[in-house]
Design a binder for this molecule. Structure first.
Ligand code: ATP
Ligand code: MG
Length: 475
């Protein structure tokens, strides 16, 4: 099969080809770019492999591409990278790898194109296209990756035990590619994963989480999680999620399987948002259900307080998974903590006060929270789903109304601590906090408006009740 025409579309290939020819080297495009070219997925990362020296080739290519273009050289790895237009061009000499038991870093020596293809993770990632003059554009596909692309199959080029034991990160990559591309994993390849899950221990937490995030950002993330669960990897890398699995029955009362429920919520969120952190909030929204599960004759299964406990579990999970401990984490925590609030709201009469409180607590994340709550409706009863969605629509209307009046999502009370201290001439103390809280509560309850005219006399009255004396003239 020849890809000459496809290569015409990007002048970089001709440049690499002629630079390699001048220095008497063979050169090829290889890996993900070739796979994505055939799948017609646009890709800006292009990997080139040449037989001898990748750094020399990159230097020659950069010179031809323009005088201010310089490769970034990684001498230790024998690779070089060129940033060109919107592309990342990566150059490496063909290599042969051998692995030791306790590390996924191989011993590397120079090799042939064939050696280099043998060390690749999957047949669909091992295809190369020649840039050599005599067979320019020809596909070199020793493991029939083309067939696997057509039948949508992830398969290792060598025996799966070798491929996965050499570099156990590949187990996660297999599941990640299957999820991103909606491919199956070949049965032997999948057993190879199941047999090697212990080996995941030599992979750094950062790399594991990196793959996990790519699975989460795929179109149907539940697919990847089901594969991770099936092969046993999920238990090793994220046991809290596996704890959600299973149904307990007492008498005739069963609770739902929270693992599959969580996956459904995650898929639902994925259809309305690409945001990684909203997706994490979906994954973690019920994470404390196992820890809060109780049975009671009358009520059946309950999970009281799972939203608060879940929110408290978030930092520990983020720390372990090496996810960032910053405002992203706080966003996830907030959504987990508040995820029952909108639904609780629609079960009763929707009051302004309840809406004000929710807007105040959710702030700018209220839209994300509503997305999560809608995704959380996984009932199979269509009429029920419709009723909930209608109720949510009512809540949202009301939010717009209340927000228009009171501007609560970025709530700043008109009277702050500083002002309270000046008014009563008191130093910073607990009392200041109490007065501030009383003013805030009165505004949220709708007793006073969030204006100076109404808040000032209210504050003075609160202070006086606490035995303070106002030292300022009323405005
Ligand atoms: P994407 O960039 O979308 O993640 P990709 O296939 O380009 O997909 P990269 O991680 O960029 O993946 O790697 C480029 C190529 O290098 C792969 O296609 C594969 O041939 C090879 N490769 C990368 N990581 C490994 C690995 N751990 N084991 C074996 N081969 C690998
Ligand atoms: Mg890539």
């Amino acid at each position: 099969m020849n890809f000459k025409e496809e290569l015409e579309l990007n002048h970089v290939f001709k440049v690499v080809s002629s630079a390699a020819a001048k220095s008497g080297q063979e050169s090829y495009v290889i890996g993900g770019y070739v796979r994505d070219l055939i799948l017609e997925r646009p890709s800006n990362d292009i990997d080139f492999v040449c037989v001898r020296n990748g750094i020399d080739l990159a230097t020659a290519v950069a010179r031809q591409l323009g005088k201010d273009i310089k490769p970034v050289v990684f001498k230790n790895f024998g690779t070089a990278m060129i940033d060109y237009e919107d592309m990342e061009l990566e150059f490496v000499g063909a290599r042969k790898e051998s692995y030791s038991r306790d590390s996924r870093k191989p011993i590397v020596e120079d090799g042939t194109l064939e050696d280099d293809q043998n060390r690749r993770d999957f047949t669909i990632n091992a295809m190369a296209i020649s840039l050599n003059q005599h067979d320019y554009g020809e596909l070199i596909d020793p493991f029939d990756g083309m067939k696997d692309l057509k039948r949508k199959m992830i398969r290792t080029p060598l025996a799966p035990e070798i491929t996965f034991s050499d570099d156990p990160l590949r187990m996660l990559r297999a599941i990640r590619f299957a999820t991103q591309l909606s491919f199956d994993i070949d049965a032997d390849t999948f057993s190879g994963i199941t047999d090697n899950i212990d080996r995941i221990d030599i992979v750094s937490r950062e790399r594991i989480t990196d793959e996990l995030n790519k699975i989460i950002l795929s179109p149907i993330p539940s697919y990847g999680f089901k594969l991770l669960f099936q092969c046993g990897l999920l238990k090793r890398i994220f046991p809290e999620m596996v704890d959600l699995h299973g149904v307990e029955i007492i008498g005739k009362k069963a609770h739902k399987d929270n693992f599959y429920h969580t996956l459904k919520v995650l898929d639902n969120v994925a259809t309305v948002s690409y945001d990684l952190w909203l997706r994490w909030a979906a994954i973690l929204h019920d994470i404390a259900k196992p820890a809060t599960k109780r049975f009671n004759e009358k009520a059946g299964w309950t999970f009281h307080g799972h939203e608060d406990k879940g929110a408290r579990m978030v930092p520990g999970i983020f720390r372990k998974l090496k996810l960032p401990l910053n405002d992203k984490m706080r966003f996830v925590q907030k959504l987990v903590r508040l995820h029952l609030r909108p639904i609780a709201l629609v079960k009763e009469e929707v009051t302004d006060t309840a809406i004000r409180r929710l807007l105040f607590e959710a702030g700018d994340d209220v839209e994300a929270l509503m997305k999560l709550c809608k995704a959380d409706i996984t009932s199979k009863d269509h009429r029920r789903v419709q009723r909930y969605l209608n109720n949510f629509a009512r809540v949202e209307e009301k939010m717009v109304e209340v927000e228009g009046k009171d501007k609560l999502r970025n709530f700043q009370p008109v009277i702050d601590g500083e002002y309270i201290m000046k008014t009563f001439e008191i130093p910073p103390s607990r009392v200041v906090g109490e007065i501030k809280k009383a003013v805030r509560e009165a505004i949220l309850e709708g007793e006073i408006a969030n204006t100076f005219e109404e808040a000032f006399p209210f504050m003075v009255a609160v202070g006086e009740k606490l035995g303070l004396v106002c030292k300022k003239d009323k405005v």
